[in-house]
Design a protein around this ligand. Structure first.
Ligand code: DAH
Length: 350
């Protein structure tokens, strides 16, 4: 009987020695000190002993219980400490791992093209003007010599708004009139105007909203040679000396004569593809000599001054510069797609 409790302590000590984690120690505690544990059983058994042995046995097994508890607590503390240390080592901050760079970001391809064009014209002494996107029909059509029955007013081309007499401007040309009026007869008028324009179109080369850059020059003795020279300087500056341009006679109500300017298609190099509809050329702008009616509407006398104007499609130019074949991708805000244009190095990007 006296040996019994010594053996118990020894046995518990052995078990605790072999325990390799805190969970095992908890189990050992249960086996010895739990409700049905070995020591608990012995303590309960004391009540059934003959009266003269009870006190002695009670004291012994109580001593065993206290000893066992402190042995278990000690083993538990030791193993828990080891476990925590191991975990901390695993979680340690490794300062040698390369960091995640947030990336610098960049301007949208259309913004870059706009700034390139602006830069070309600001260097030539033009000033920037802005006009409203919700424009009166007078500025958008009548003032530009576009009569009531002109197809450009058709519902298929224009977005009309709920306010009578107003439209979402279909081009930046109304800024020509606004610019001339603001200049109030002074010469020369040399303006560019950039902004959003709206038409009911939607296909790979047309979006319902797109951007134009308008240019207008009014002065004494301005001729078609000035227009051609300016356009040539611009296309060469933007697209390189070797790019081919084509001037095609055309018709616009607000210019006479009128011409469209095409550049060789960047996607196919001129052999013909989906983007250039098989022609090898991409139209980038419409231009011409300002119509006398337009000059008069702007407050200038066509007998004394003349002018040229053109309207450039920023998206068309971006397609040419960045070799895009679907305009609509420019508006989907897919950063993966847009970041591909980060490497354009043809000219310094402003
Ligand atoms: N406004 C025309 C358009 O949107 C483009 C245009 C053509 C503008 C000839 C001009 C011009 O200034 O002279 O298609």
């Amino acid at each position: 009987m006296a040996e019994d409790h010594v053996n118990a302590i020894k046995e518990l000590g052995d078990q605790l020695q072999t325990a390799s984690n805190s969970l095992q120690v908890q189990e050992i505690r249960n086996t010895w000190l739990g409700r049905k544990g070995l020591i608990t059983g012995r303590l309960k058994g004391v009540a059934g002993l003959p009266v003269d042995q009870r006190r002695d046995a009670g004291q012994r097994w109580n001593g065993v219980r206290i000893e066992a508890e402190s042995m278990i607590d000690e083993a538990l503390a030791r193993l828990q400490y080891q476990e925590e240390t191991r975990q901390l080592e695993q979680e340690r901050l490794d300062m040698s791992i390369p960091g995640v760079s947030p990336g610098l970001g960049m301007l949208h391809p259309l913004t870059r093209v706009r700034r390139l064009v602006e830069d070309v014209f600001l260097r030539m002494g033009f000033t920037l003007r802005y006009g409203p996107e919700v424009e009166s029909e007078w500025y958008n059509f009548e003032a530009l010599n576009i009569p009531m029955n002109h197809p450009a007013r058709d519902m298929q081309d224009s977005f009309f708004v709920d306010i009578p007499g107003m439209v979402l401007r279909t081009h930046t040309s109304p800024v020509q009139i606004r610019g001339m009026k603001a200049a109030a007869g002074r010469l020369p008028v040399k303006i560019i105007a950039h902004g959003r324009v709206y038409r009911r179109d939607d296909d790979p080369t047309h979006t319902p909203m797109f951007h134009q850059m308008e240019a207008l020059v009014v002065d004494r003795g301005i001729s078609l040679a000035d227009l051609k020279g300016t356009l040539l300087a611009m296309t060469q500056d933007l697209l390189g000396e070797d790019v081919e341009t084509r001037f095609r006679p055309s018709y616009f109500p607000f210019t006479e004569p009128s011409m469209e300017v095409d550049v060789t298609c960047a996607v196919c190099g001129g052999s013909g593809c989906r983007v250039c509809k098989g022609t090898g050329w991409v139209e980038i702008l419409g231009s011409g000599m300002v119509h006398p009616v337009v000059l008069r509407n702007g407050g200038y006398d066509p007998d004394h001054v003349s002018g040229f104007a053109f309207g450039l499609g920023i998206e068309r130019l971006a397609m040419r510069i960045f070799e895009l074949d679907d305009l609509r991708l420019l508006y989907q805000n897919d950063l993966e797609y847009l970041s591909r244009f980060g490497r354009y190095t043809g000219r310094p990007i402003l």
